[in-house]
Ligand binder design. Structure first.
Ligand code: PHE
Length: 343
């Protein structure tokens, strides 16, 4: 018994000496391991207690525990002193010269595509539209069927896309958001829906398999094609200047009737004809029309009472015209030298 007791008292003495010589928190850690760790000296003594008699065990056990607590307290106290010393030392040696010029912070720039999206949405927000969004992975039902493009409809071929299953695909247009909005809301409805769309087109200077559209939808009593023209005229002028004109050409979309494609006077030559507009003087920027009565009815809106118009703006086209970009691929390559120009 006295052997173990002596051993404990010796450990305590050695510890008390060593703890005073600690100068850093790392040294404090090593000391903790040396005495109190799993393979530490105190632990070794506690292991040896099995050899004691039933009377001795509680006595030595108590002593060992007291010593352990004492060591822990001492060590904690020393550690806080050491930390304070380290802090003081740091403050004394590591001075900061607040008069030194700061490291330059390099500011990013908004991507031209998103700049265009912001500018376009801004025009329509000013007209009282709200922004709506929908999923990019969409049901065939919303992307096609409810827009009067049943399976096998020839117009589907112009928007061939990436199918996930037979009934789920990457949306080819933002028009499915129209359906989602009309199903969930009663008129009056006034929304713009910006987002990515996907078509299995090869990448060249004017096409990309992923691109962006902004859909617009207005449904209310007495909405006419004249309202559509007025809204689009404003969009054209705000983005490309007061002298910009729009032109509507008859077209076909299954979900609008009548339908049109809308051209803007060329942003490069103003309408005289140049390389950018291929001598036309006009550039096609969007599709539009009056929402087909069957589409309204399919979304639970009575076409006898309500009418509406819709349009889909090509964002890349708009951004390229707005910022004078001649190759669509510049928009996706993330070349910092290109992007820096839009600060
Ligand atoms: N969704 C059509 C397209 O991608 C554009 C469009 C939108 C046409 C809304 C009419 C009304 O080509």
């Amino acid at each position: 018994m006295s052997d173990l007791k002596n051993e404990l008292l010796t450990i305590r003495k050695v510890f008390q000496n060593e703890v005073l010589s600690i100068r850093t928190s790392t040294e404090a850690d090593s000391l903790r391991v040396k005495f109190l760790g799993k393979k530490g000296e105190l632990t070794a003594v506690l292991r040896a207690m099995g050899s004691l008699t039933a009377e001795e065990r509680p006595v030595i056990g108590q002593l060992a525990n007291d010593i352990r607590t004492e060591m822990e307290d001492t060590l904690a106290m020393r550690l806080s002193q050491v930390r304070a010393m380290e802090k003081a030392e740091q403050l004394a040696t590591q001075t900061i010269d607040v008069t030194l010029p700061a490291q330059p912070v390099s500011m990013g720039a908004r991507h031209p595509l998103y700049k265009a999206i912001d500018e376009i949405c801004e025009v329509f927000l000013g007209l009282g539209y709200v922004i709506a969004e929908g999923p990019e992975v969409e049901y065939d039902l919303y992307n096609f069927e409810k827009l009067r493009l049943p399976k096998g409809h020839p117009a589907r071929d112009t928007q061939d896309t990436f199918y996930i299953t037979e009934n789920i695909l990457l949306r080819t247009q933002t028009s499915p958001v129209q359906v989602r909005v009309m199903e969930a809301n009663k008129p009056p409805i006034k929304v713009v829906c910006p987002g990515k769309v996907y078509r299995s087109d090869a990448l060249d200077s004017t096409h990309s398999p992923i691109f962006h559209q902004i859909e617009g939808l207005v449904v209310d009593k007495g909405v006419t094609m004249g309202d559509l023209v007025g809204s689009l005229q404003l969009f054209a002028r705000k983005l490309f200047g007061e002298n910009t004109k729009i032109r509507l050409r008859p077209h076909h979309f299954p979900f609008t009737e009548p339908s049109c494609e809308v051209d803007l006077t060329c942003w490069s030559c103003g309408g005289k004809g140049c390389r950018v507009c291929k001598g036309e003087g006009w550039i096609e920027v969007l599709g539009a029309g009056m929402v087909h009565p069957e589409v309204l009815a399919g979304c639970g809106i009575d076409p006898e009472i309500y009418s509406g118009f819709a349009f889909g703006i090509g964002v890349e086209r708009t951004a390229m015209g707005r910022f004078g970009i001649d190759d669509i691929r510049n928009l996706y390559e993330n070349d910092i030298r290109f992007l820096r120009q839009f600060k």
